[in-house]
Design a binder for this molecule. Structure first.
Ligand SMILES: Nc1ncnc2c1ncn2[C@@H]1O[C@H](COP(=O)(O)OP(=O)(O)OP(=O)(O)O)[C@@H](O)[C@H]1O
Length: 224
């Protein structure tokens, strides 16, 4: 199991956002996370990647017990997961190669030939092998999102958590990004947990869906 959440309460400061949350994500599963604006999707994901503290309940992510996780352990947890944001969060002052290198070096990679090889590999995975020297602003939104997915793949994560990854993209680009996640999911058995507003995409490509509503999380899979 990549994610297991039991009786968890999710808070933003003192505000209880979601209570008694229970769900699991297995190796290689593809799961959508849906819910209205403000229903707590981002808060749930932030808790799972340890940006928010788990106040109550149990959760394990990629083998880490969030309840006992210490701040100094969060980089290690984040090495096992890939995180993709709506706004890409690329470093705007450097090219694609340097964006990806920066991340690997921060993770302790030192050997130039290994760094170059891994950067080339992830760019092939996202179908953008030739953009090494491009600055982020020279790429379209969809291409920038592909680079941020490449960055998320660098460490061979057990799971990618994506928070509205198509939120800034037009329908065609959104579909491309979804298909890319599905390809990665299938080819490398990386689990994907994707928060989205885009119900049309879900209708076209139905997968297990969990739903933030009325202060808790429900598994809608059975009703699909
Ligand atoms: N940094 C914060 N500090 C305090 N409260 C916050 C913070 N971020 C979010 N909240 C509150 O937590 C609740 C859930 O927000 P969250 O962003 O998790 O929802 P969401 O489902 O991801 O929404 P959206 O679809 O708009 O991204 C909201 O009431 C919001 O106001």
């Amino acid at each position: 199991m990549v994610i297991s959440v039991k009786n968890a309460d999710i808070y933003q400061k003192e505000q209880l956002i979601l209570s008694d949350v229970n769900f699991e994500v297995n190796e290689g599963e593809f799961v959508y996370l849906i819910g209205k604006t403000g229903s707590g999707k981002s808060s749930l994901l932030k808790t799972l990647y340890a940006e928010l503290w788990l106040e109550k309940g149990q959760a394990t992510v990629a083998g880490f017990d969030l309840h006992v996780l210490r701040k100094k352990d969060t980089p290690e947890l984040r090495r096992k997961i890939g995180i993709v944001f709506q706004d890409f969060q690329l470093l705007t002052d450097r090219n694609v190669k340097k964006n990806l290198e920066f991340f690997l070096k921060a993770m302790g990679w030192k050997e130039k030939s290994q760094i170059d090889a891994r950067v080339a590999e992830v760019l092939v995975q996202v179908d953008l092998p030739d953009v090494l020297q491009k600055m982020p602003h020279q790429l379209s939104g969809g291409e920038q999102q592909r680079i941020s997915i490449a960055r998320a793949l660098l460490n061979h994560p057990q799971i990618i958590m994506a928070d509205e990854p198509t939120g800034n993209l037009d329908p065609e680009k959104s579909l491309d990004i979804l298909k890319l996640f599905m390809k990665i999911n299938k080819e490398s058995n990386t689990a994907v947990l994707m928060a989205t507003h885009d119900l049309e995409l879900i209708e076209r490509f139905p997968r297990r869906t969990i739903f933030c509503d009325k202060g808790t999380v429900n598994d809608l899979t059975e009703s699909l």
